[in-house]
Each structure stands twice: as C-alpha cells, then as structure tokens.
Design a protein around this ligand. Structure first.
Ligand code: ATR
Length: 279
C-alpha cells in the first residue's frame, strides 16, 4: 500500500483527495491519499518523519509552501527560483521538494487553448501574491518577451521584477486596462472574483480578439472575468484546469503511473464545486 497526502493549515477545503482518489481507482493502484492538518509548529517534524510515517510524499498547500522549501534537502532549479514547494517525494532515502503549479498552469492552457503561442509575446498578469509567483515563473520559462504585472500594492510587483529580472514590468493597478492591447494572454492571479470576495472589475475593451483570458480562481468555475471575455469572443481557460494539471506529476512520483486529466475527472470536481454543474 503506497500512501500520500496533502498537508495544510487548515486543510478541510482541499479537493486533492478527490483528484488522486479518482486516479487511484482508475488505475487499480493499492494506495491512499488523505488530508492531513499540520500546524506550523509541527511542520518540521512532519517532513522529517515522512519515512517513519510510511508516506511516499505529500502535496503542500497554504500556508506551508515556503517553509517546506526550506525544510527539504533537495529541490530542482525552477523550484529554487520560486522558493516554494507544493509536492514532496522521497527517493533513495532522501526527501525532495518540487513545484508543479507552473506546469499545471501551462498544461491547462495548452489543453484548453491549443495553439496559443506565448514565446516572444507580451502577457498581462494581475496580482503579485504567492499564486502569481508560480505563474510568472512559468510564463518566463515559456520565453515570453514581457510580463506586464499589475498589482494593487505596486511594491510587490517591483519585488517580482527584482526576483525574475527586467522582463517583468510592474504597472499600477489603475493602469491595467490600458496595458491590455497587444497581449497574447491575460491572467488573473488575485483573489478578486472568488466566491465571497469582491468582483474583479476590469475594462476588457482593449483586449485583442486573439488573446486568451484565464483566471486561477475556480470558485465559481466561470468567473465574471471569463464570462466577460467570452462575451467579447475571446478564448477563455478556467482555473480548475490548473488545479487538475498540477496534480499529475505528484501522482506519477508517488504511485508510478502518469495519470490523465480526463473529462470525467473534470466533471466530477466541477460538480463538487458547483452541484448544479452540467445539470
Ligand atoms: P495567493 O497566494 O492566492 O496569491 P496572496 O499572496 O494573499 O494570495 O495574494 C493575493 C493577491 O490578490 C495579491 O496580488 C493582492 O494584492 P495586494 O498585493 O495589493 O494585497 C490581490 N488582492 C486581494 N484583494 C484585492 C483587492 N481588493 N483589490 C486588488 N487586489 C487584491
């Protein structure tokens, strides 16, 4: 029996057990994937005790991603640039940390907006928090020419420029709408538009007809940003895709099978988020 889990504090909201549970069943693997609440003060003991606890590894969510990066002995280059880990696995008696949020974001785009070219293009990213970090890093790795980064607190966008270099161009939050012309992609990484949060209000009139608009918010499944963009005729990519695609590599590392993000999996999670989905 191979065991993995997701850790966070609190953790009750995580849908990862549903995703991994679906794949375990689909592939007939003798494994389990559970939610484990881990208090910040217990985190070091938990990561160092994976082997003793009989765990192949874990996913890591808020607020532990940065701290786990510091705790793991080994991390790849891209993860080190981020300084945040969302997936822990063990090899040869050692504990490794990696981050699959960026590839989750890119693979979701590739799957839902096939043919989108990012290389040498300009993209606009809204938000400069933890989620933005992984998205900006992934877009730079894809070879974008420029990330126009709008954030309410401009200093945080400036920190990302210091971290990632001059391809990141901080812009004032009020100027975001003016930056939308000649961009291939608009991404919302803020919490605006999420259930229970204020709406994201942005004038999309300058967005190029060929641009793709995506949101990392997936509650609701289709945010106002996506609805507004679709009403203008733009291609849109829902935030749920990133959640599903980021889970793939962890499953493969722990359970030894690379799973697929199927329509059936998508619909199952979509129904968990919105019981009226597909009805
Ligand atoms: P996450 O890890 O999900 O990215 P976070 O690090 O708290 O969470 O970042 C939240 C993002 O949403 C930030 O970019 C935040 O802007 P600030 O850096 O100015 O706080 C943005 N955000 C949250 N509420 C907002 C609001 N009412 N208006 C504009 N931006 C907002």
């Amino acid at each position: 029996m191979i065991r993995a889990c997701v850790i966070g504090w609190p953790i009750s909201h995580s849908r990862s057990p549903l995703i991994h549970g679906y794949w375990l069943k689909q592939h007939g693997i003798d494994g389990s994937y559970t939610r484990e609440p881990v208090e910040p003060s217990q985190l070091g003991g938990f990561i160092n005790g994976l082997e003793a606890a009989g765990l192949a590894g874990c996913n890591v969510t808020i607020p532990h991603k940065e701290e786990v990066f510091k705790l793991v002995a080994h991390a790849d280059e891209s993860t080190a640039r981020l300084g945040a880990v969302n997936t822990v696995f063990r090899r040869d008696g050692k504990t490794f940390g990696t981050n699959t949020d960026g590839e989750g974001f890119i693979n979701s785009l590739n799957s839902s907006a096939p043919g989108l070219i990012l290389k040498d293009t300009r993209v606009v990213v809204l938000g400069a928090g933890g989620a933005s970090l992984a998205v900006v890093n992934a877009l730079l790795e894809q070879g974008v020419a420029q990330v126009a980064l709008a954030n309410r607190t401009l200093a945080k966008a400036e920190q990302l420029r210091q971290r990632f270099g001059a391809r990141v161009v901080p812009i004032a939050w009020e100027d975001a709408a003016d930056q939308l012309s000649e961009c291939s992609l608009l991404v919302n990484t803020t919490s605006l538009g999420m259930k229970g949060q204020p709406e994201l209000e942005i004038d999309l009139s300058r967005v190029d007809a060929k641009a793709v608009v995506t949101d990392i918010v997936y509650t609701p499944l289709r945010t106002k940003l996506l609805e507004d963009a679709a009403a203008r005729g733009n291609r849109t990519v829902e935030g749920l895709g990133m959640l599903l695609h980021q889970a793939v590599r962890g499953f493969s590392l722990w359970f030894g099978v690379t799973p697929k993000v199927t329509q059936e999996l998508h619909d199952m999670i979509a129904r968990d988020i919105d019981p009226g989905y597909g009805a």
